[in-house]
Design a protein around this ligand. Structure first.
Ligand SMILES: [Zn+2]
Length: 288
């Protein structure tokens, strides 16, 4: 593809790599939601799209209409099977009763319900108003609207949390390094960070890259299904090594990383189960 100086309305120059910060990202191929940028320096892959910053003037629905309620209800089961494994992983690294936990990208609050059942104090951030309304109506849960980058979090909750979880979230945020740096500030020294995100090393993605390269970007196969310019869509997909590097750069000490909960929890992996994730646990070091 021809190099072009694409700029986001927020002023971000997509030639700048969101992982290594070098002016080395180039358009690789055109996808449904935008152009996939690939960094020549660190091979990071990201879409040339950012979610607009909340201005406070958005026309957001005040009430949860029946159509939206039905839409969210029907999708509640998706990914729900992992919630108990996620809780077990958190329990492995933190004593939950009385712990302060922050779930970033809480959805409709299902993980918070599990945390509460384990006698932890759960706080959830969810930028989607419909999901917040759903959480209130269905589970009587209050979720925070302001994302982790908002100054109020640093002002009121610096070194406050014992655990911060990002379940299927880091691939959605505008700037992953900034999100991790904010999480670092809000964790107590010794606090745990848990991340779960799709991996780029899976076969369909690798095949798609080969097809896109061989066709000069004309045949991206399944690549469009990995990225989306819809609000809160996937903006970047990591390799395990890239995510580890970013988390370490934010100041964390990596405790463990794997491709499935069975592996990290020491369970016998079921046969032929696809291992398509990066699951990572890190700790904020205790100073001195
Ligand atoms: Zn880079």
């Amino acid at each position: 593809m021809q190099s072009e100086a694409r700029q986001d309305p927020q002023g971000y120059d997509f030639r700048r790599c969101k992982l290594c910060g070098q002016q080395a990202a180039e358009p690789f191929c055109r996808l449904t939601g935008g152009t996939l940028q690939v960094c020549r320096h660190c091979d990071f892959h990201f879409l040339d799209h950012l979610d607009p910053l909340p201005s406070g003037n958005e026309e957001q629905p005040r009430e949860l209409d029946e159509k939206s309620w039905k839409y969210i209800s029907e999708r509640l089961g998706t990914g729900e099977g992992e919630l108990p494994w996620r809780l077990r992983l958190v329990e492995k690294y933190c004593r939950l009763p009385g712990a302060q936990c922050l779930d970033i990208g809480a959805g409709v609050g299902q993980f918070l319900l599990l945390l509460r059942a384990a006698k932890a104090n759960g706080t959830g951030i969810e930028p989607s108003r419909l999901r917040r309304l759903f959480a209130r109506r269905e589970f009587d849960l209050h979720l925070e609207e302001q994302t982790i980058e908002a100054p109020q979090w640093r002002e009121k909750y610096s070194e406050y949390f014992d655990v911060i979880t990002l379940w299927d979230v880091i691939e959605h945020v505008n700037f992953p390094a900034e999100t991790l740096s904010c999480a670092f500030q809000l964790l107590k020294p010794g606090g745990a960070l848990l991340i779960d995100t799709p991996s780029r090393t899976v076969l369909p993605y690798r095949l798609s890259l080969v097809a896109a390269r061989l066709s000069g970007g004309r045949v991206p196969l399944f690549l469009s299904s990995y990225y989306s310019a819809l609000p809160y869509g996937h903006k970047q997909i990591f390799t395990p090594r890239q995510l580890t590097r970013l988390v370490a750069q934010a100041g964390f000490q990596i405790l463990t990383q794997g491709a499935g909960y069975d592996e990290l929890l020491g369970l016998r992996p079921p046969l032929l189960r696809p291992r398509s994730k990066i699951i990572l646990v890190a700790r904020k070091p205790v100073a001195g």
